[in-house]
Design a protein around this ligand. Structure first.
Ligand code: URA
Length: 209
């Protein structure tokens, strides 16, 4: 497969290796900095992402931006992509075969980026990349290391929209991510943010004092 970002993105945009390609408006390759030390990986594009060709731009994406903001990050400082680069119909989970078919693109993206930290967003990415038996309700926020890369899983932002009760746990997971960034990353200066607390269930996603 391609040895540069440009070649890889081109190959991805031309890909027809699985049936998801037949219905896509756009391939959603990735977004953010190609020199980032931190990589966020979701499962697959939704309708907004398919329309715009960018990952996490719908409501879940707005919440992801808020989550990054809580720890002084923004999109331009990280790299964001998905396991599958094309939208599954009706927002269903990507099938195992679709994930496997698309994985070479993610592997190559990871090889080009050489991230220090990988954050899986949700159970699909976590089961594919950390542990096939992972239970997100039990193992979110835990850290593991693979080939020198620190890896963790957070609840998917869409799950946080459905169940705001998970936001307190996610706030603590984000603070743990912040500590890991401070310990491992050299080129990712975190902006100072005000004193924070997790949003009340159903309320805004963060509150700054
Ligand atoms: N959900 C995902 O997993 N990825 C996106 O890009 C958007 C929503």
């Amino acid at each position: 497969m391609a040895d540069s970002w440009e070649m890889l993105e081109h190959a991805c945009r031309q890909c027809h290796s699985c049936s998801l390609s037949a219905r896509r408006t756009n391939t959603v390759f990735g977004d953010g900095s190609r020199t980032a030390e931190i990589m966020f990986i979701g499962e697959a594009p939704g309708a907004n992402e398919d329309r715009q060709g960018l990952p996490f731009v719908g409501k879940a994406g707005q919440l992801l931006d808020d989550m990054l903001e809580i720890i002084g990050l923004d999109r331009g400082m990280v790299y964001i992509t998905n396991i599958c680069k094309c939208r599954p119909p009706d927002n269903r989970d990507p099938l195992g075969v679709e994930q496997e078919t698309c994985l070479p693109f993610l592997r190559k993206q990871t090889a080009l980026l050489r991230p220090k930290i990988i954050v899986c967003l949700g159970r699909i990415a976590a089961m594919q990349l950390i542990d096939p038996d992972l239970k997100i309700t039990r193992e979110h926020g835990q850290w593991t290391e693979k080939a020198g890369v620190a890896m963790t899983a957070l609840y998917h932002p869409a799950a946080l929209l459905r169940d705001p009760g998970k936001r307190v746990d996610t706030f603590l997971d984000l603070k743990s991510l912040q500590r890991e960034i401070l310990a491992r990353c050299e080129r990712t200066p975190l902006r100072r943010v005000g004193r924070q607390q997790p949003a009340p269930a159903g309320g805004p996603s963060q509150e700054q004092a």
